[in-house]
Design a protein around this ligand. Sequence first.
Ligand code: SAM
Length: 269
Amino acid sequence: MDIKKLAAELGLTCITTYKLDALKAVRKKNGSSDMTTLCYNKDNNDVVVQRSDSKPLGNGVSSTTIVGSNADTTCKENVNNEKANERTYASKADIRKTMRRMRNGPGRNQSLGGRVENSKGFLPNSFDRVLLDAPCSALGLRPRLFAGEETIETLRNHAKYQRRMFDQAVQLVCPGGVLVYSTCTINPGENEALVRYALDTYKFLSLAPQHPRIGGAGLVGSCKFPDGYVEEWLRPGEEELVQRFDPSSPIDTIGFFIAKFAVGSKDDI
Ligand SMILES: C[S@@+](CC[C@H](N)C(=O)[O-])C[C@H]1O[C@@H](n2cnc3c(N)ncnc32)[C@H](O)[C@@H]1O
């Protein structure tokens, strides 16, 4: 995984990676959870969840990363129990896998040792920081090698997919935490409209100022499509709290978008 290689190059040992379907990132409370592993790595501070092997939509650019640092300090005991159980109930397949690893070494993708684990998800409120760098229409990328492939329908599908991912990500951040949403598209339906959805759906979220601030303001208002569908964007006062990078602006960047949400108390909802 690229992120592991990068971490190794930077000499960072605090990165843990997992393969996970971001649409199933939240683990139900009664199941065993990767929280155990997260707690186990708490002293390391950071956790990275990444999967690079899925493509949601035919046209989408891929690779979601959820980055966070674990805020929960109460589950060390679970970790120990879980680890003990793992030792007791190691299956023949697990033993074979371990033997193979010992024979073959860490593997070429894992310069820090150990393969990337498949994750079954994390308990709600597991992280104090989450980055959802969502798969998107990539309309901000330059040069546009495959221009003209998106339709209104595919753009709306991207937006639907992003909302589903956001619904998961928001559950993973604990109160007092931060959730950052980013895309590399200039399509407001995947940017400002996602922010509108987020703020209207999750009243405990608020837009947080960003630093550094290099990009332009977000789009305020709404857009009515010929089929009658109305896409709501930002409301006055919200535009300066997001960053929209426009490839046609004097700043020499590709197009992308960043929104930073502060997560308030979830109890009042
Ligand atoms: C914009 S890219 C993220 C790029 C990444 N942050 C990086 O710097 O390399 C979006 C990624 O989401 C991944 N993705 C799409 N659907 C996913 C899902 N259901 N679960 C996990 N990852 C998914 C795609 O494979 C793609 O790699």
